[in-house]
Ligand binder design. Structure first.
Ligand SMILES: C[S@@+](CC[C@H](N)C(=O)[O-])C[C@H]1O[C@@H](n2cnc3c(N)ncnc32)[C@H](O)[C@@H]1O
Length: 260
């Protein structure tokens, strides 16, 4: 099989297929979280690191005014093309989630599946939370979903799954390459095996993610007083079941509340 070493984010068609399947549970949860945790009405949304817009598109379909930004121009092009194809104004733009501006503050923001952990330092994470504080009005929320490093118990490190659309099939595998808890750097190999009637190919990539224990995340949030932790949920996305974070917590969606 032909193998290329490339960023999976440069392949939005395959990315969107592989990571697209959970959108229904995620959008249902986000809608419920806005209703429960935002003070006042939720109309305007922002998704930093929106990628292909697999969620952004659905939130617009659900009736929200939603815009998004991402560092990767190929993902943004894919996202805006899909919006246009469905007669929707293209609202995604290329930008860094640490340094962007929008015209009018939003009621809520969301950022899922570890994108936030791409920010490689405390300084960048603080910059991002400050930029989001500019973008979300007081009383609004920021739903931030990612994996914490549990202090006790096992971690879920290896994953593999398959997705199909028409004649396209993508098998994916993700497994740890190395972890440096002191430097707070975790590297994961990720592989897409792509099968089409015309042939197959493999994309190999390495995702570099910053690690957070719950204490490290608490300490980060305290550096940006515009935000407080209002609630937390896990990846079962059940709005009736907020979780208490403890030393064994791994998957978490924090609901950060924008203070006055
Ligand atoms: C795991 S994907 C998630 C995409 C999307 N949120 C989703 O749920 O499918 C991570 C995304 O973060 C983007 N990204 C990484 N660093 C970024 C930064 N500094 N600013 C904006 N986007 C960034 C990548 O380009 C990629 O599209």
């Amino acid at each position: 099989m032909q193998t290329v070493q490339e960023s999976i984010y440069d392949h939005p068609v395959y990315y969107d297929l592989i990571f697209g399947s959970d959108w229904a549970a995620e959008t249902k949860f986000l809608t419920a979280a806005f209703a429960k945790h935002v003070q006042g009405k939720t109309k305007r949304l922002l998704e930093p690191a929106c990628g292909t817009g697999r969620l952004l598109y659905r939130m617009i379909k659900a009736g929200y005014a939603c815009s998004g930004l991402d560092l990767n121009p190929k993902a943004i092009e894919f996202c805006n093309k899909r919006l246009k194809r469905h007669g929707i104004k293209p609202t995604a733009f290329v930008a860094d989630m640490c340094n962007f501006q929008i015209d009018k503050p939003c009621d809520a923001g969301f950022n899922t599946i570890n994108s936030f952990r791409h920010l490689s330092s405390e300084q960048l994470a603080v910059k991002h939370l400050k930029a989001m504080a500019q973008a979300i009005r007081p009383g609004g929320i920021y739903a931030l979903g990612f994996h914490l490093t549990p202090l006790v118990g096992p971690t879920t490190d290896e994953e593999s799954w398959t997705a199909r659309r028409g004649h396209l099939q993508v098998n994916t595998q993700m497994w740890p390459r190395d972890k440096d808890p002191k430097a707070r750097v975790e590297r994961f190999n990720i592989r897409f095996d792509i099968y089409r009637p015309t042939g197959s190919m493999r994309i190999d990539d390495c995702l570099v993610l910053r690690s957070y224990t719950y204490k490290q995340f608490d300490s980060l949030v305290k550096k940006v007083p515009e935000w407080t932790i209002e609630a937390a949920y896990d990846f079962s996305y059940d709005i009736q079941e907020p979780i208490e974070i403890d030393e064994s917590t791994e998957d978490v969606v924090y609901i950060l509340k924008r203070q006055k």
